[in-house]
Write a protein that binds this ligand. Structure first.
Ligand SMILES: [Fe+2]
Length: 234
């Protein structure tokens, strides 16, 4: 039989309120503690128990792990190896999030005779990059680190140049995407070799099998659209 949960609550939390005061407090604000919908006494162990379904809203807390740190995880990798991999992967993560955003931007802003084909292709690549974002972020967490997530933090870390807010010509859009790919790929090759040297085979595998393989394939599909070849007559 499962152990019975204690129903005793701290005195400060068990203060009984009248229904009238609860109503007026709820009306005034939901930023404070949840209203107690009902207070019951006389349970078998003599404890006072309250029941409520009001969520605790607008909570604030302290940071419990700083960005740039790693926790001790028992995965057979040294602190130094995990710290190094997290630093490298956070760079790849930030750049990949920007590449994903660029793919969506250009998917939306696409123009011209090949609009439909490129509109679909760029969305496919965006989906693949988004999958990579999740894989890289969760690798960082697996290593005990903190993945960069807030887009404003991402913007501080990435080295991919910001695109104009307006609409560029189509070949310029594609060139911009290709250059972003090459920046990520060059960094990923170096990170893959160094993480392998430090014994982090999992990060090496992610970088080689996913980041590099996916990036190379997408770069190929983009580059073929920049070949100036006649459509009808040779
Ligand atoms: Fe879409």
């Amino acid at each position: 039989m499962p152990a019975k949960r204690s129903t005793t609550i701290p005195a400060a939390r068990s203060a009984t309120r009248t229904a009238a005061s609860d109503t007026s407090r709820r009306a005034a604000s939901t930023t404070r503690r949840p209203a107690r919908s009902r207070t019951r006494a006389g349970s078998p162990d003599g404890a006072t128990r309250t029941a409520t379904s009001q969520p605790w809203l607008h909570q604030k807390g302290v940071v419990i792990q700083e960005f740039g740190t790693v926790r001790q995880f028992p995965i057979g990798l040294s602190y130094g190896a995990r710290m190094y991999s997290c630093q490298r992967l956070n760079q790849t993560l930030a750049d990949t999030q920007i590449l994903y955003a660029l793919y969506k931007k250009h998917h939306w802003l696409m123009r011209g005779a090949t609009f439909y084909q490129l509109h679909l292709l760029l969305d496919k690549h965006a989906d693949e990059q988004l999958e990579l974002v999740d894989q890289i972020a969760e690798r960082i967490q697996t290593l005990g680190g903190v993945a960069v997530g807030d887009p404003r933090h991402v913007a501080e870390i990435t080295r991919i140049q910001r695109a104009p807010d307006g609409v560029e010509e189509v070949p310029a859009m594609l060139s911009r995407l290709l250059e972003a790919h090459e920046m990520i790929l060059a960094d990923a090759h170096d990170a893959a070799a160094r993480t392998a040297d430090m014994g982090d085979d999992g990060s090496n595998d992610l970088l080689v099998s996913d980041v590099i393989r996916t990036g190379e394939m997408e770069a190929w599909f983009l580059a073929e659209h920049l070949v100036d070849t006649p459509l009808v007559q040779a």
